[in-house]
Ligand binder design. Structure first.
Ligand SMILES: Cc1cc2nc3c(=O)[nH]c(=O)nc-3n(C[C@H](O)[C@H](O)[C@H](O)COP(=O)(O)OP(=O)(O)OC[C@H]3O[C@@H](n4cnc5c(N)ncnc54)[C@H](O)[C@@H]3O)c2cc1C
Length: 339
């Protein structure tokens, strides 16, 4: 079988920042077999590898000198159907939002608050995607991955994924060592109806809808459409920075200086501060420098208006980090994967 590998491939349409960068080699795989064929091939086995999903959490700062493997493994299959829940096995190449719509259509609950998050199912455990009071860790049962060094296929359970806020084993010990092939989820027959975020409650009121997986999914779609830029029109990767987590004493000190500080309880000892609020108060909201800037409706989102480079975005992000630190003495770190 000849492997259809593209050389000197342009990635502009493969990252939601719409950054113009190229990769030396590019290969799309539909199943584990074709992945194995390329990774076992003498010609390619020593290449620098990058696994690409929907490119919605990646910033290319330069051309990639190696082999990009684009995950196209499809399939959504119910493997267990009980009185209370269904377990589904989902190919890593399935579109995340389409999977959310599938679950709502099948009257299943658990991921409706995560509607409209761009990208593929395979990337969802990596940073433990989350939005509107829900994190994907609460529905994932197992993750199946290909271990690059040993060539073995391994299944790990939820507990071993070390899920935390925007973090997991896949961003740490297993970073660049594995390729996620499939994720299994436990979805509930009873509606979870998580509406603790005020925006969801008010959107449901304006839709004149009672909470249900379907109405919450629609409310989230409406909120996100109003608040976030559509990457097809304005390049971005959603939240550029993670919300910093600080201890209660530092929080109290900060709150005394800034009484309108936006923060949420993270644990008994720590608070999570809204990075968007810090960036806005540091004066960056709506900032524009030629082709790049800070989105005018949400300061957490850095944007490429067209023709901006990854380097320029990184430079801007550093200036933002510095000014937030100088004003608040709080460090904000990128959520996006910089390549
Ligand atoms: C408008 C917008 C809104 C967003 N909102 C949110 C939000 O609310 N919450 C949130 O958590 N995120 C959000 N994001 C970020 C992003 O959508 C998620 O992180 C998503 O899970 C990334 O998926 P992806 O397939 O695009 O991953 P990619 O960007 O392609 O890859 C991300 C990282 O994962 C690795 N990777 C991808 N697939 C695999 C695989 N199969 N095996 C091994 N490694 C892999 C890549 O190498 C890279 O390091 C948003 C992004 C945008 C553009």
């Amino acid at each position: 079988m000849t492997l259809s590998i593209k050389s000197n491939f342009q990635l502009e349409n493969y990252n939601t920042f719409n950054i113009s960068a190229s990769t030396k080699l590019f290969f799309e795989f539909e199943n584990e077999n074709s992945l194995r064929k390329i990774l076992d091939n003498e010609k390619y086995k020593n290449e620098n590898l990058l696994i690409l999903g929907g490119g919605s959490n990646i910033l290319f700062s330069k051309n990639f000198e190696g082999l990009i493997l684009k995950n196209n493994i499809l399939g959504i299959k119910k493997i267990l159907d009980t009185k209370d829940f269904v377990e589904v096995e989902v190919g890593a190449g399935e579109n995340w939002h389409e999977f959310v719509l599938w679950s709502v259509k099948n009257n299943l609950s658990g991921i409706e608050n995560l509607a409209l998050i761009p990208g593929l199912v395979g990337a969802s455990p990596i940073q433990n995607i989350g939005a509107y009071g829900v994190e994907v860790k609460d529905t994932i049962t197992t993750v199946k991955y290909y271990d690059i060094a040993s060539g073995k296929t391994i299944i790990i359970n939820n507990k071993d994924c070390n899920f935390q806020y925007r973090n997991s084993i896949f961003k740490n010990q297993l970073k660049n060592k594995i390729i996620i092939l499939q994720v299994n989820f436990k979805l509930y027959k009873k509606a979870q109806n998580i509406t603790k975020y005020g925006a969801i409650k008010s959107e449901l009121e304006s839709l004149k809808s009672k909470p249900s997986p379907k109405s919450i999914c629609q409310a989230v779609i409406n909120i996100r459409t109003k608040k976030l830029p559509d990457p097809k029109k304005i390049g971005n990767s959603g939240s550029f920075f993670k919300n910093p987590i600080i201890n209660n004493s530092k929080f109290k000190e900060l709150q005394t200086r800034f009484p309108d500080l936006v923060a949420y309880k993270d644990s008994e000892t720590h608070m999570k501060i809204a990075a968007g609020w810090l960036i806005e108060k540091a004066g960056w909201k709506g900032f524009k420098d030629k082709n790049i800037g800070v989105y005018d409706k949400q300061a957490l989102v850095l944007v490429n208006y067209g023709g901006g480079t990854g380097r320029e975005i990184i430079e801007l992000s550093k200036k933002i980090q510095e000014s937030v630190f100088n004003k608040f003495n709080v460090e904000i770190l990128p959520e996006v994967n910089i390549i």
